[in-house]
Design a protein around this ligand. Structure first.
Ligand code: FES
Ligand SMILES: [Fe+2]
Length: 360
């Protein structure tokens, strides 16, 4: 397969009124999925942890970014490293979270300080031309923004602030610092990660049809879509109804997406973030983190449970349709489709940014 040709089938110069979706091979071809890992996921800033997971000295998060084992550690500052031992390459910290005094490899017990410096190498006397100071864990770029720690594997990428652009001031104005982490829920879906993002970015096109419950709590006539830099904001006022959706969704709904795979959903006193990660070309995982305003007595344990239950229902409806789309993309009966000018500007931005990364 000529990957370059498949990428070039998408024309990023078309205005929205003339644009089509990328060819279905972008969503079904393993070579494209591999290229995405090396470009989209390796060259951009991605959330790797929440700062509440790295609050105390010694707290760590061992995870994967762009299929690379990464460990984030709180020492004097928060740092990120490849989670790979400099001796024979074993994974130093087991995937997950915890608190430790040092990063000690489970294979031959080489040990690294919280700043990544190699401090102990048992049974290594007599080894020549070996310098501990040159064998620390390999550091990767990491920066803190709001409640999250971002990592970027590309040393030449712009700073996180530049990458986020005006999303920074948009989110700051909504004071997310008043909210605290409540719960994480993860879902695995049988679809390409981009199908999930496309679905999120269709400007509420599917909401009245697929999410009748959510739709009842939104004033859909006032749905707005704005695209800027690397983000899209979809916003809509809620309206009062006496049902389970309206009870837990008030104020203005603001749905932000930041390229490539981050979504932030904000209502009055509630924030839900979603991170979509590819597992393979036709499987992805969506990680939901829920936050609530701690200072507001309205957000009782029951309210929080109801809020998560409502989100789960919406997620199930989206899962159904995303998996259906993935089957359609893999069929001989579909290649590309057109975009609604009124609704699908966010998807258009997403596809153009993807094209830039994939053809770089
Ligand atoms: S591989 Fe880590 S100590 Fe040997
Ligand atoms: Fe949806």
């Amino acid at each position: 397969m000529d990957i370059k040709k498949v990428i070039a089938q998408y024309d990023p110069t078309n205005p929205l009124s003339k644009a089509s979706t990328p060819p279905s091979l972008w969503y079904t071809e393993p070579e494209i999925a591999k290229l995405e890992i090396d470009t989209v996921f390796s060259n951009n800033w991605l959330i790797a942890a929440r700062i509440d997971q790295l609050a105390k000295n010694g707290d760590y998060v061992a995870t994967e970014i762009a299929k690379q084992p990464i460990v984030l550690v709180k020492g004097e500052s928060i740092k990120a490293f490849y989670n790979v031992c400099r001796h024979h390459g074993a994974q130093v910290m087991e995937t997950g979270t915890g608190c430790t005094r040092a990063l000690t490899c489970p294979y031959h017990a080489w040990s690294y300080k919280l700043n990544g410096n190699l401090c102990s190498t048992p049974k290594f006397d007599g080894v020549e031309n070996f310098n501990k100071s040159e064998n620390g864990l390999i550091e990767v770029r990491c920066e803190v923004w709001q409640k999250w720690v971002f990592v970027c594997l590309n040393d030449n990428a712009p700073s996180l602030t530049e990458f986020l652009g005006s999303l920074n001031s948009e989110i700051s104005a909504l004071q997310p610092e008043s909210m605290s982490f409540h719960q994480r829920v993860s879902y695995q879906l049988n679809c390409n990660w981009k199908v999930y993002v496309d679905n999120y970015l269709d400007g509420g096109y599917h909401v009245p049809i697929l999410h009748k419950g959510l739709n009842s709590a939104l004033d859909g006539k006032l749905y707005k879509i704005e695209t800027k830099d690397r983000f899209c904001l979809q916003s809509c006022p809620t309206k009062k109804r006496d049902n389970e959706f309206s009870n837990v969704r008030t104020g203005t709904a603001r749905y932000y997406w930041q390229y490539p795979n981050l979504m932030l959903n904000l209502y009055d006193g509630i924030m839900g973030i979603m991170i979509v990660e590819p597992i393979s070309v036709d499987k992805c995982v969506v990680i939901f983190d829920y936050f609530f305003d701690n200072s507001n007595p309205k957000f009782t344990a029951e309210f929080r449970d109801n809020s998560v239950t409502v989100a789960n229902k919406i997620q199930d409806e989206d899962t159904y349709v995303c998996e259906s789309v993935q089957r359609g993309l893999a069929s001989k009966g579909y290649d590309t489709g057109r975009l609604s000018v009124e609704k699908e500007a966010g998807e258009h931005l997403f596809h153009k940014l993807l094209f830039t990364d994939l053809s770089s």
